[in-house]
Design a protein around this ligand. Structure first.
Ligand code: NYM
Ligand code: MG
Length: 217
């Protein structure tokens, strides 16, 4: 019987308009086309699911009143809805490239003033990413990017707070091989892409001896 090596779970995190989506697409297409790795791209929030429709409404309508704690739990539920699919994709050998995950959940809710540790709880037990690329962009720099301000949270002052909460993960993850901070300011899209690719390949090589177990958050 041929043993299928499980896929890797790769997450991109960062502020709105920081370049996460561009970089995740570039990595996915490189892996698929140049390295012939089976890849699937996913994102959170998944706006198509039951919870995702509510989240979409909430994000697009700044006037919608809803308790911060409750929306936090719905963002987490949105990830739990996908948990089994994520597990089965990884086990069948597909590498997942995921635009935002549980770190966004904590970073955005903590930026509103909710307790950091409380915010982590509803995601406990979800699949832990193998590698998280945090695109570290300056909140002031990205405000001029196209479409900025179209959704709730896209305000410089709020994004600065989100940046501070991501900073806590950055500190916690220092010397953690599963977290990579990529400085965005002053770099071209291509430069960032090659840095990410380089880190990805090194990580994959370091894990070539059985990385079959999936950890939990
Ligand atoms: N967001 C995203 C949260 O507040 N909590 C979460 O758990 C997740 C996954 O949704 N401003 C926020 C961050 C974004 C917004 O995401 C929509 P995107 O990647 O801009 O479509
Ligand atoms: Mg956005």
């Amino acid at each position: 019987m041929q043993v299928v090596k499980r896929g890797l779970f790769i997450v991109f995190e960062g502020l709105d308009r920081s370049g996460k989506s561009t970089q995740s697409k570039m990595l996915a297409s490189y892996l698929e086309n140049e390295l012939q790795v089976p890849v699937k791209s996913i994102c959170f929030p998944n706006r198509e699911s039951v919870s995702g429709k509510t989240l979409n409404q909430y994000l697009q309508n700044r006037d919608m009143k809803y308790p911060d704690e409750a929306i936090h739990l719905i963002f987490a539920a949105n990830r739990w809805e996908m948990r089994d699919q994520i597990l089965s994709d990884l086990k069948s050998g597909i590498t997942l490239i995921c635009d935002r995950y549980a770190f966004s959940g904590v970073a955005y809710s903590a930026a509103k003033g909710l307790d950091f540790e409380w915010c982590k709880n509803p995601d406990r037990g979800l699949v832990k990413p193998d590698l998280t690329f945090f695109i570290d962009a300056n909140a002031e720099t990205i405000k001029s990017r196209s479409d900025y301000g179209s959704e709730r949270y896209e305000r410089v002052e709020f994004q600065k707070k989100v940046s501070e909460s991501y900073g806590k993960f950055k500190q916690e993850a220092e010397a953690d091989e599963h977290w990579v901070t990529v400085q965005a300011d002053g770099k071209s899209i291509e430069e960032m892409h090659s840095e990410i690719l380089d880190k990805f390949i090194k990580y994959r090589e370091s894990q070539s001896e059985g990385c079959d177990d999936l950890d939990k958050l």
